[in-house]
Design a protein around this ligand. Structure first.
Ligand code: NAD
Length: 435
């Protein structure tokens, strides 16, 4: 199959490279010249484990191309994917669909034979209808079908997730489009991946329902963690004890500083807006959003409390990790963007290290000093705050850390270390939901 992928970001580049690896011929299109220039030079513009090798192999084997001008690729494509951003629209919380609609206009002008237009971007219910209307308006004669095919990959494990997903969701009732989608994903039948064919609106809602449910699950265990701290219980044991129940499941039960990242914050808010527009409010999700926002802000108080203080004037906080999770350089809506400014507002000086996030983080976190490694961050700090659980923070030389810190205080918002061991090693140690 010939595929055109409009938008070569975290989702478009991974999906494009994986489709090429399945054997399809894929052209990834982006309007950002620096991104395309870097890809043409063989550089990967984002950090995603394994992506450099996957892209290099498929480029070498003549199945993966990059371009600023997608006209030829779109004309020749069996399927044109829209994988552009759908950030929160400023002012009202709805998803900003301007990039999706611009892509639809562009596609409309170019379609030749029957083409499947696939929205892979996360888009609110009814967006597929609007994409169809746009294409029909521009080209009443065009032969096409608009399909919803939301993406569920996780940054940091994106290739594995794309190639071995729990399921693929395809929203279309058009039989020709179903056949094209089946052919595109055929290699997944080897691992018996379920392909859920459904209506387009249902498919669009499945994506938001999935993200909202996961955000709610994280928020649930975070509230349990707060309760654990009050009653002297251990949230990790609670998570294990409930997670072994198959109706609950053990995933997404790690208590922490609150969810962040490029999807959950914007998608929960957008779902709340859609639900309100249709007069079917989603109170659980509204509460999830509010609880999570408050939680991130409360994390700075937790740091002060661990030091026995009410504010942080004159203190230096060393921060390990600023990306919203390990193995990505993505800083969109990372909890650090709330927590570090709150520490600064309490009077602290903040010095931070992140293995991959520094480039973006420096632009987003004015006032924070960036260091080159975890020990540099500990050097001269009054407290060490573990914010993102990168592997390299999991086995720090604790004696060395203690020697570098002004006071041996560690606040571990990811429960990486064991409380008893930290106390034995001479630290004042605070973590999440462990008595
Ligand atoms: P991104 O910002 O990394 O990439 C989007 C790209 O689209 C950018 O490079 C931008 O330059 C390009 N673009 C925008 N308009 C264009 C146009 N008209 N023509 C060509 N290129 C254009 O975003 P992302 O993280 O890849 O997310 C894309 C979509 O996928 C969003 O709707 C998001 O919610 C969804 N999604 C993201 C993830 C994730 O983990 N990042 C997971 C699942 C779903």
């Amino acid at each position: 199959m010939r595929v055109a992928m409009i938008g070569t970001g975290y989702v478009g580049l991974v999906s494009g490279a994986c489709f090429a690896d399945f054997g399809h011929v894929v052209t990834c299109i982006d309007k950002d010249p620096s991104k395309i220039e870097r890809l043409e030079r063989g550089e990967i513009p984002i950090f995603e484990p394994g992506l450099d090798d996957l892209v290099a192999r498929n480029v070498r084997e003549g199945r993966l191309f990059f371009t600023l001008d997608g006209a030829e690729a779109i004309k020749a494509a069996d399927a044109v994917f829209i994988a552009v951003g759908t950030p929160t629209r400023r002012g009202d919380g709805h998803a900003d669909l301007s990039y999706v609609y611009a892509a639809a206009e562009e596609i409309a002008g170019l379609i030749e034979d029957f083409t499947v237009v696939v929205t892979k971007s996360t888009v609110p219910v009814g967006t597929g209808d609007e994409v169809e209307t746009i294409i029909k308006r521009v080209r009443p004669d065009a032969q096409f079908a608009v399909v919803s095919n939301p993406e569920f990959l996780r940054e940091g494990a994106a290739i594995e997730d794309f190639k071995r997903p729990d399921r693929v969701v395809v929203g279309t009732e058009d039989e020709r489009a179903q056949a094209v989608m089946r052919e595109l994903y055929r290699p997944l039948s080897l691992n018996e991946t379920p392909i859920v064919f459904t209506g387009r609106r249902t498919s669009e809602l499945i994506k938001y329902a999935a993200n909202a449910f996961l955000a709610m699950k994280i928020t649930f265990i975070n509230e349990m963690a707060d309760l654990c701290e009050k009653v002297g219980a251990d949230v990790q044991q609670v998570a294990k004890g409930i997670g072994l129940d198959k109706r609950i499941g053990s995933k997404f039960l790690n208590a922490g500083p609150g969810y962040g990242g490029s999807c959950f914050p914007k998608d929960t808010i957008a779902l709340v807006r859609t639900a309100n527009d249709y007069g079917a409010p989603t109170r659980l999700i509204e509460t999830t959003v509010a609880v999570n926002d408050a939680r991130k802000k409360a994390m700075a108080d937790k740091v002060a409390a661990a030091m026995g203080l009410e504010d942080l004037a004159g203190k230096t906080v060393g921060v390990l990790g600023v990306t919203f999770k390990p193995n990505t350089d993505d800083m969109r809506d990372a909890p650090s963007l709330d927590i570090l400014p709150a520490l600064l507002a309490m009077g602290a000086a903040v010095q931070a290290f992140d293995p991959e996030g520094r480039h973006e983080a420096e632009k987003l976190l004015p006032g924070v000093t960036f260091k080159n490694g975890p020990y540099e961050v500990a050097d001269g700090a009054d407290v060490l705050l573990l914010l993102t659980e990168w592997d390299q923070f999991r086995a720090l030389d604790l004696d060395r850390i203690k020697g570098l810190l002004k006071a041996p205080v560690v606040v571990d918002l990811r429960n990486v270390y064991k409380p008893a061991e930290m106390v034995r090693a001479g630290f004042t140690y605070a973590s999440i939901g462990r008595g």
